[in-house]
Design a protein around this ligand. Sequence first.
Ligand code: NAI
Length: 462
Amino acid sequence: MASYDVIIIGSGPGGYVSAIRCAQLGLKTACVEGRDTLGGTCLNVGCIPSKALLHATHMLHEAEHNFADMGLKGKTPSVDWDAMLAYKDKTVGQNTGGIEFLFKKNKVDWLKGWGSIPEAGKVKVGDEVHEAKHIIIATGSEPAPLKGVEVDEETVVTSTGALKLKKIPKSLVVIGGGVIGLELGSVYARLGSEVTVVEYLDAITPGQDAEVARQFQKLLTKQGIKFVLGAAVQGVSVKNKKATVSYKMRKDDAEAEITADTVLLATGRRPFTDGLGLSDLGVALSDRGQIEVDGSYKTNVDGIYAIGDAIKGPMLAHKAEDEGMAVAEMLAGQKPHVNYNVIPGVIYTHPEVGSVGETEETLKKAGRAYKVGKFPFLGNARAKANHAGDGFVKILADKETDRILGAHIIGPMAGDLIHEICVAMEFGAAAEDLARTCHAHPTYSEAVREAALACGDGAIHA
Ligand code: NAI
């Protein structure tokens, strides 16, 4: 038995970041992880492997569609699927190995195995019970099941199975037009699969600024992805390795079916807290299975904290990281704060989508007077040179004060560009502050400045 100041259960972005920060702040720290490698869903079967496949297939798309126009003539590359999967696995290995290195460097003990909490102050891993003044639950989430859909991770897959299909399917039906469905749908569409997204709502990417969502759907349609919107999936049946998805149109109850080689279930995730012993401990959960915490990430049981996907809020790696750092700093006696109004969201398709803060819809609902500054990438010289003129930057600012309330970017490097606006929002900036900041030419970031200019006297290149 070992004794620690902090034991963190789970080594995803929430858990491993928290562990490193705890150790940096002088707390004796251990992190429990049952997988063979550190990094949780994000590094092993989520963000990182999907980004490797998105990058590789984007390169293929460029070679197929834009190389010749730039004078790059020659045979279009052919796809060696096993080699592409090996590249993805190598990327994952480099990242998970990196966390192991950081744990050693910061003297965080990795307790290998699945952890449970027999009582406050104790964490059991295998046959060993360790003591901890503080326990942080960072056990993340798992794909939410859907009634009538049985996942076998071969024909009917979640994101986990979709990252290691034995071969590229001729046809793929994606259930759910959210982030996972569109990212992985893009990967397979670029690889030549016929991809159909069946989405319950009348628009893709729920919660997204509606104008961006519409433009996004248009661009993905141009890339060959088909959409069936307003359709509630009723079930999936598998026969001879083919899957048939049955759905009902919400507007008139009309029933229809679609058959494909592979079906990806991407209708959301739910907190993963199995095996921790929370009900015996009396840790309060919400009706959606989220661990209830207060503003300091404390559960209702003394000495037990929770962060990340296991609690309320967007299921995003960076939100979990911020909470992980905050709880560590709090345990070390500091007074951290996570600003939930400035948590960016990014969809890593091409073009990318990056958003932060309020949407037009949330502002209208709140009855807040706002103005819109918009700038198309077609007016941006760098984007034109790079075949990346699709999309726009949209900044929403308070009508009276000009304070930036939100921003939505669909276009090249949107996931990076959005952070300039996040920093501005953290500093309570006005659109004019961005507009008066010199931006290097020619860069995509000039489109952000132009959108900020459009909140005032007008953009120059529009
Ligand atoms: P999501 O919540 O983003 O989208 C699920 C979609 O499925 C919704 O549009 C919903 O309306 C639809 N749906 C639900 N039931 C349905 C039914 N019966 N028939 C048809 N459609 C139905 O969930 P997703 O894509 O599974 O992602 C899970 C979580 O992982 C999200 O919180 C997401 O933010 C996170 N994630 C984030 C990534 C990123 O930041 N780039 C990448 C991948 C996942």
